[in-house]
Design a binder for this molecule. Structure first.
Ligand SMILES: C[S@@+](CC[C@H](N)C(=O)[O-])C[C@H]1O[C@@H](n2cnc3c(N)ncnc32)[C@H](O)[C@@H]1O
Length: 262
């Protein structure tokens, strides 16, 4: 079963996409636990679809490529900016009341996380909020095909310095970086079962696995056809075993160093 990770009930909300569902998870936290910053400025790193959070506050989205920066769907107070968070964000110190980063697990090496968080804190105002939401590669209730596929995927990331289980450690990174009032939560998402959410997650995972094909066929020696057949069979197997993954959110406040000195 789930090892030392406990399972929560799976959401069967009506989000039209997995990203929509994740937005709702964040919004729920924002309304329940995080005081509203009021009219101010926010930024999202690695965001492609954060416009739902932008209605009342000036807002900046950062990502590395120009692909799908669709100006027509964004509210007027939302601004797209191309930047690599690892090279430093192109904003002065203490710019934002709220910084959100989501779904960069596979793009950031484990040893890059501490300086990335420090950089995010630099652009966050004292007492401003930072929030991260990330996917954990570990799947639970795995069948044999899924277990077989997880190993090369895990080692492919490991060999590049990426920890695909980093999501569950984000709160500790935040504490180490000096973030205060740190909290975390997580939610389990069914893979290819459990209604629409499971279907959406299946679509996402399938696309991700297809994007890994060039690398994983090299590592495993499988042909493209064999690889695709394995993906299909292992995702099909998830229905029978009721496989799921966890998504983790961790958030907290930038320290107010001037207050500490008083
Ligand atoms: C999996 S997508 C997640 C998109 C969005 N954050 C979401 O949750 O829907 C990863 C995004 O991170 C961006 N990205 C990857 N590495 C980055 C970096 N070093 N700096 C800024 N953005 C990055 C990619 O361009 C891509 O848009």
């Amino acid at each position: 079963m789930a090892g030392n990770v406990q399972s929560k009930s799976f959401s069967r909300g009506k989000s039209s996409s997995l990203k929509g569902f994740l937005d709702k998870l964040l919004q729920r936290k924002n309304s329940a636990d995080v005081p509203s910053p009021g009219p101010s400025t926010t930024t999202d790193n690695g965001m492609t679809d954060a416009v739902s959070m932008t209605s009342r506050v000036p807002h900046t989205l950062c990502r590395t490529t120009k692909r799908r920066l669709i100006d027509t769907i964004k509210p007027p107070n939302c601004h797209f900016q191309i930047a690599n968070v690892l090279d430093g964000l192109p904003f002065p110190d203490n710019t934002f009341d709220y910084v959100n980063q989501r779904m960069l697990t596979f793009a950031i090496k484990e040893n890059e996380w501490p300086s990335l968080i420090t950089e995010i804190l630099r652009v966050t105002k004292p007492n401003g909020w930072v929030e991260f939401l990330e996917f954990d590669l570990q799947s639970y209730n795995r069948g044999p095909l899924n277990t077989e596929g997880l190993k090369p995927t895990f080692y492919a990331f490991k060999s590049r310095g990426i920890n695909p289980y980093i999501a569950r450690k984000l709160d500790r990174f935040l504490v180490k970086a000096g973030v205060v009032n740190v909290a975390k939560d997580w939610v389990s998402i069914p893979l290819n079962w459990g209604g629409r959410l499971g279907q959406l997650f299946y679509d996402d995972v399938r696309e991700v696995l297809i994007s890994f094909r060039p690398y994983l066929t090299k590592v495993t020696g499988l042909s493209n056809e064999e690889y695709d057949a394995k993906i299909k069979a292992s995702l099909e197997e998830c229905k029978e075993y009721k496989t799921y993954n966890n998504f983790y959110a961790a958030w907290g406040q930038a320290p107010d160093e001037s207050a500490e000195k008083v």
